[in-house]
Design a protein around this ligand. Structure first.
Ligand SMILES: NC(=O)c1ccc[n+]([C@@H]2O[C@H](COP(=O)([O-])OP(=O)(O)OC[C@H]3O[C@@H](n4cnc5c(N)ncnc54)[C@H](O)[C@@H]3O)[C@@H](O)[C@H]2O)c1
Length: 326
């Protein structure tokens, strides 16, 4: 029988790509999602159960029906700036929602999960590349909500035998190379989709927030990781937690270990799309570190993870395929 995996937030950007990868790996992805920022049309590889993380009765019914052997937790609120303006939303959804969900999991003996964490748990980097043992000092409520859940998972491992893997993504990028699913946030805050919308003429220009950082061209440098490479890491992490009966909590960075500046991203997008992309200088945004680059050696060694789409142009080309048809 095909093992079912409960994919909480499977109708969203990263979750929908993970569902496709789960299907290809021989699992049945069962999406549990309230469609607050996700789309029913992105749920193509298994059933959709519409529900909130905090709706314990609905969640229990979904688990009783599909009997998942493990879960992936993508659901959450994801915009850093909004988390500063409205932290209550973030603590309620990203902490409160997941605590409620973990109670149901405990009651139902669902004790293996892969959690979407973030590079934002590190805060301002003291050294780059950033390794997993770098100090954890988030600089915004979004990052704190993820770090709090990582701590909860570790405490639940010790007390209740929960087995979890937290995957700390750097900047997710790209889309399904087939062009059927991709990034669709509203409002969009991520650089590549904003740059592509500018190429499409949906935006007059792209704002460059600061060009006086201590980086080669003065603009911020980030580590972009293709969403399909995130998905493949989820499958490897899942296989690892399914293979053991023991509790435990692990964390891995997911990135390419390469940094690209805002200007380099815009130039690459101009070359991929063949369009002029107007820019406008804007002041620095509070809390934007100059450089965020991962070391993902641990994921490569322990999970045997091999990202396939590290090339920035490839990532932008995949996003472009999707973006033009949005
Ligand atoms: N996109 C990135 O660059 C990035 C980087 C680091 C970490 N992450 C993390 O990865 C995860 C997925 O990000 P994404 O870009 O796919 O976001 P997304 O908004 O596209 O997907 C989130 C999904 O969760 C659902 N959801 C939200 N709250 C819910 C709730 N209370 N109950 C049920 N469903 C709920 C939404 O409807 C949506 O389908 C998030 O946890 C995010 O913090 C993303």
């Amino acid at each position: 029988m095909t093992d079912a995996i409960l994919v909480v937030g499977g109708a969203g950007y990263v979750g929908s790509h993970a569902c496709k990868a789960l299907d290809q790996a021989g699992f049945l992805p069962v999406t549990y999602d309230d469609l607050s920022t996700g789309f029913a049309s992105a749920v193509r590889w298994g059933p959709l159960v519409e529900g909130r993380m905090s709706d314990s009765a609905r969640l229990q019914a979904a688990i009783a029906e599909y009997k998942p052997v493990a879960a992936m937790l993508f659901a959450g609120s994801i915009a850093v700036g909004e988390s500063v303006a409205d932290p209550s939303k973030y603590y309620r959804n990203n902490v409160g929602g997941i605590l409620a969900l973990l109670e149901v999991f405990r009651a139902k003996d669902l004790n293996r999960l892969v959690f979407s964490s973030t590079a934002a748990v590190y805060g301002e980097p003291q050294s780059v590349p950033i390794h997993e043992d770098h100090p954890l000092r988030p600089t915004n409520p979004y990052g704190w909500t993820k770090l709090i859940i990582e701590q909860v998972l570790s405490d639940y491992a010790n007390a209740y035998g929960l087995r979890s893997t937290s995957l700390r993504y750097f900047n997710a990028a790209g889309g399904d190379p087939d062009g059927n699913i991709g990034e669709n946030h509203d409002p969009e805050t991520h650089l590549i989709p904003l740059v592509l919308d500018t190429a499409l003429g949906k935006r007059a220009q792209i704002d460059v927030f600061g060009d006086d950082y201590d980086t080669p061209d003065g603009t911020c440098v980030r580590d972009y990781i293709h969403v399909d490479d995130l998905a493949s890491a989820h499958i490897l992490a899942l296989r690892r937690i399914i293979a053991t009966q023991e509790g435990g909590a692990e964390a891995f960075n997911l990135g390419n270990g390469n940094g690209f500046s805002v200007r380099e991203v815009i130039e690459a997008a101009q070359s991929v799309t063949g369009k002029e992309i107007p820019t406008r200088m804007a002041p620095r945004r509070a809390g934007d570190p100059a450089i965020l680059i991962s070391s993902a050696e641990r994921a490569r060694e322990v999970l045997d993870w091999k990202p396939q789409r590290a090339n920035l142009e490839t990532q932008i080309a995949d996003a472009w395929k999707w973006r033009q048809n949005l």
